[in-house]
Design a protein around this ligand. Structure first.
Ligand code: NI
Length: 246
């Protein structure tokens, strides 16, 4: 069930039975020569919508701009400061908590969001602990790629060409989801370099075309379909466990 496609009465009826919601969170940032700028947000949203459909759960609107300051030397990238993203997450959670949602399953598409998301959870709990804010809120973070089958597939398909950013796995999934937007861009395999994140100019100097040790020219929509399915399959079970826990 998508919150955006529900009426208030449908949301109220859902809340009479359940208190869980999936919140997709991504990023809007460069994804190398052939990857879409929206990759992380588009994927988190599509996976969350499918998980919600199969788990009979509610899914919130995607938080589509994340913490991507290190990509800002590439045209089109957008970022929130960590402190801003924390406030955006906090207001999203507290709005929903006001209506009775208590379990928040953040389905994340971007590695660069992870530390900020965890800090936001602490900030949300601090509201209840210090100011008598809304208690009983339970937030978890799940990255789309955590399922063991996802990791296995990426390793089988791409091995050490997977790299760390603008990976063939994520580009494959967006090719599956948006077949009209597949880009054909000639490229050489990126040199192998350890992942290191500093500021935006440092990133561009280190990774001139935006990739980190990956070869996204290997991406195919067929692989994307398999990776998408493996991700959804794992997360449905994981969400249902989270929603049913005491
Ligand atoms: Ni990404």
């Amino acid at each position: 069930m998508r919150l955006q496609l529900s009426t208030w009465a449908e949301a109220e009826a859902y809340l009479a039975e359940k208190d869980g919601i999936i919140i997709p969170i991504g990023s809007t940032e460069q994804h190398g020569p052939n990857g879409l700028i929206g990759t992380d947000a588009l994927m988190a949203d599509a996976i969350a919508i499918e998980v919600a459909a199969r788990a009979d759960a509610m899914v919130a609107p995607v938080i589509s701009v994340g913490m991507a300051q290190h990509h800002m030397a590439f045209s089109g990238s957008m970022t929130l400061r960590p402190t801003t993203l924390i406030q955006v997450m906090r207001d999203n959670v507290l709005s929903l908590a006001k209506h009775g949602f208590r379990r928040f399953y953040f389905l994340n598409g971007h590695g660069g969001n992870i530390s900020t998301i965890n800090t936001a959870f602490q900030e949300i709990h601090a509201d209840a602990s210090l100011d008598g804010g809304q208690g009983g809120i339970n937030c978890v973070l799940r990255n789309w790629w955590i399922g063991p089958e996802v990791k296995k597939l990426s390793a089988e398909l791409y091995g050490d060409k997977e790299g760390y950013h603008a990976t063939p796995s994520e580009v494959s999934v967006t090719q599956y989801l948006f077949p009209n937007d597949i880009k054909s861009v000639p490229m050489e395999p990126a040199p192998k370099q350890p992942p290191r994140i500093g500021d935006a100019m440092d990133y561009r100097n280190r990774y001139p075309d935006g990739r980190m040790s990956s070869d996204p020219s290997l991406a195919t929509p067929e692989a994307g379909a398999r990776i998408f399915e493996a991700s959804v399959d794992f997360l449905v079970g994981d969400y249902l466990e989270f929603a049913a826990a005491e």
